[in-house]
Ligand binder design. Sequence first.
Ligand SMILES: Cc1cc2nc3c(=O)[nH]c(=O)nc-3n(C[C@H](O)[C@H](O)[C@H](O)COP(=O)(O)OP(=O)(O)OC[C@H]3O[C@@H](n4cnc5c(N)ncnc54)[C@H](O)[C@@H]3O)c2cc1C
Length: 475
Amino acid sequence: MHSHGANSSIANRRFGRRSLLKGIGAGALTVGLGTAGQGIAHAEEEALFDVVIIGAGYAGAMVARELGAKGLNTVVLEASDRVGGRIWTDTWAGEQIEVGGQWLAPQQQLVNKELTRYNIATYEDPIPDRVIVAGTTGLKAFSPGDAAKLLTPLWTEFYKGSEKYFERPAEPLYRKDLLAAVDPLSLADRIKQMNLSPAEVNMLTGETSVYSGGPSTLGSLTGMAQWYQLAGGTYESYSSAMGRRPVGGMTTMLHAMLKENFTMVIKGSPVTRISDPGTGKVTVWTASGRRYKAPAVVVATSTNAWKNIAFEPGLPKAHTQATTQGIGVPHGTKMWLHIKGNVEATAGTAPEGSPILMMVPQKQLADGRLMIAFTGPGLDVNDPVKVQAAVQQWIPGAQVLKSRAMAWGKDKWAAGAWGFRRPGQLTGLFPQIEQPHGRVVFAGADIAEGWHGAFIEGALESGLRASKQVLTLVK
Ligand SMILES: Cc1cc2nc3c(=O)[nH]c(=O)nc-3n(C[C@H](O)[C@H](O)[C@H](O)COP(=O)(O)OP(=O)(O)OC[C@H]3O[C@@H](n4cnc5c(N)ncnc54)[C@H](O)[C@@H]3O)c2cc1C
C-alpha cells in the first residue's frame, strides 16, 4: 500500500534494511540503549520512520505487526527494559509465572485468532477443591457447587438489566439512551440498590473491590456488566471465562507478533514529548533527547501514562480527562504465594477491606502449592508475618514458604494496574477518546470498546483500530 518514501530510506540506511534482517533470519529486533541503541541516533540527530509506536505492550505490538505487513517502516519505543507492559511472564519458585495478566476467555475472538495464527495451545488452571465465601462472621469454605448455589442468584440480580443496556455488548454505546441512567453508577451504588443483608453484601464486595482497584465506589457498574454480557450474560458463562492459559506464557503471542515483520523495538526509551506542528511530520523525543520523526505516531501506553508525555498541541478534553482521572486502577497488587505441603486448591473472595480479597489456586508442587492472591491496599505485602497471617484466614495453619508481589498501581510505566472505567467514563469519554489528535493516534486496552481494560483482547482490538487510523494518515 505505502511505498517506502524518502523517510523510509533514511531510516533504512541508519537501521539496516528489512530485507537484510530477513536475510540473516533476525527475529524481532530488540535494542537496548547502551548497546546498539546508542549508535542509532545521537541527541541532535533525527531518525525518520513511517510510524513511531510508543509502548511495546499488546496494543503496540498489534499496530507494529499490522503496519509492518503493509510495508510501513515502524519503530517501537519502549520505556522499560522489557516488552509486554502489563503482561510479564517470569520464572519464580522454579515455575513459569505471570506477574501481570494471566487468563484468556474462550469468548475472546481476537485472542483466539492470534492463538490459531501462531499455533499456540492453551490449558486450564487447576479446578478449586474449596471455595471461600464470606459471611457476616469471617470466611467459610464451601464445595464449588454449594458456593455457586449461594453466589449465582446474587450476581444474577446484580447484573439484571445489563442484557438490555448492553444489548450489543461489543458496541457498548448502542443503547446510549439506557446507559444514561446506569453509567453514573458505581459498583457500590449497585450493591446498595439491591437491599441485601450484610452477609450478602460481603459475598459481592471482594470481587467488586478487586476490579475497582480500591473501594467499590471507584469502579463503574457498566465496566463489569459489559464483560458479563460479552461472556454470555449468565453467571456461569462469566465465571467459566477465566481459567484458560496459553502454553509458553502470556508473552509468547506478543513475541510472535513482534517477530512476524521484524519489528524494531528500542527498549529503555521513555518518550517525554510529542510535537505535531501541523507540517505533516510529528516529532517524538525520548528522555535522553533522541528525536524520531514520522507522519504518524501511535501512543500505545496505558491511558494513565499519557500524562507523563508533553503533547504539543495539548490533548483534547476527553483524553486529558481520561489520563487525569485515570482508567488504570490505583491499586492492583497480584501476589504469588508458595505454601508448604499439600494444600487444597482454594479459591474465592473476602469482603472489601480484607488483606487478601481474592485467591486463585495454582499448581501443587512436590513441596507445596502455588497460589495467587489479589491483595487489598491495607496489606503490607513486604511483611512476611502479615502475609502469613492474611493467608491463614483462608487456609488455616498455612505456612508461607515465600511470596512475590507486584504492585502494578505503583509501577512507573504502567502508572496504574489493569484498566477499569470509573462511573460515567463510558458515556463521558467514548467515542471521542478513540479519535486521533491530529497525526497522533491512540491505542491500548484501557480505551477498547469490547473487552476493555483488564484484557489483552481489548489491547488487540484497539491496535487494529489504531492501525486503520494510521493508514488514513500516511497513505
Ligand atoms: C495484575 C494484572 C492482572 C491482569 N489480568 C489479566 C488477565 O488475566 N487476562 C487479560 O487478558 N488481561 C489481564 N490484565 C490486563 C492486561 O494486562 C492489559 O489489559 C494489557 O496487557 C494492556 O496492554 P496495552 O498494550 O494496552 O498496555 P500495556 O501493556 O500497559 O503496554 C504499554 C507499554 O507502554 C510502555 N510505556 C509507558 N509509558 C511510556 C513512555 N512514556 N514511553 C515509552 N513507553 C512507555 C510501558 O512500559 C508498556 O510496555 C491484567 C493486568 C494486570 C496489571
